[in-house]
Design a protein around this ligand. Structure first.
Ligand code: FES
Length: 202
């Protein structure tokens, strides 16, 4: 897991634009009176979307006021979950899962591919400034390990060469196909197996 710290360069202020404000109000209205603080994760996500995929400290303060809750509580949530970016990321943001199931299926190879193609260190922009990467904890797709997330999509059943090919494509602005790279539909068994005992097709 990478070290996550707020960016050194921070904008002085933040406020929701019209569409973010509308979305935030819809979410807050779903909670009973007095429980609006429960919307904090959704509002952080809206702020991140509005701000080029990262959350400045000023947005955390704005959300704290918006929900009438202490700033430190918003800060705690934003800094705990790796889906919230605390510093600018590339337009193509690659998150490689390196938790145990992905690790034993070769996640290190995906990390090597990112180091070769994007940047030697995590959370640094590629030479053309379009792409960055980081290691994250389980993304909930363990059955298709090893995998990575690029922006909102999952790329699964990867190895080093497949990862290099995907990264080449995004760096060349080519379209990439999300999902399994071993031809599975969603997370179906490989080789048409129907049960764990069906070893003849394994
Ligand atoms: S361990 Fe990688 S997705 Fe769960």
């Amino acid at each position: 897991m990478s070290l996550r710290r707020p960016a050194k360069d921070q904008p002085e202020s933040f406020e929701f634009n019209a569409s973010s404000l509308e979305a935030a109000n819809v979410i807050v209205a779903k909670y009973p009176k007095g429980k609006q603080q429960s919307a904090v994760m959704s509002l952080l996500y809206i702020a991140q979307k509005q701000n080029n995929n990262w959350i400045p400290l000023s947005a955390m303060k704005y959300i704290a006021k918006f929900l009438d809750m202490p700033y430190i509580k918003v800060y705690e949530v934003a800094t705990f979950y790796s889906m919230y970016n605390l510093a600018p990321v590339g337009k193509y943001f690659v998150q490689v899962c390196t938790t145990t199931p992905c690790m034993i299926r070769g996640a290190n190879q995906l990390v090597e591919a990112c180091k070769e193609k994007i940047s030697k260190n995590e959370c640094e922009l590629s030479n053309d400034k379009s792409c960055s990467w980081m290691e994250v904890e389980c993304l909930g797709a363990c059955v298709n390990a090893p995998m990575m997330q690029i922006n909102d999509d999952y790329y699964e059943d990867l190895d080093k060469q497949k990862t290099l090919d995907i990264l080449d494509k995004i760096l060349n602005r080519e379209t990439i196909k999300p999902g399994s790279y071993r031809g599975r539909v969603n997370n179906e068994p490989e080789n048409n197996r129907k049960t764990l005992m069906d070893l003849k097709n394994a």
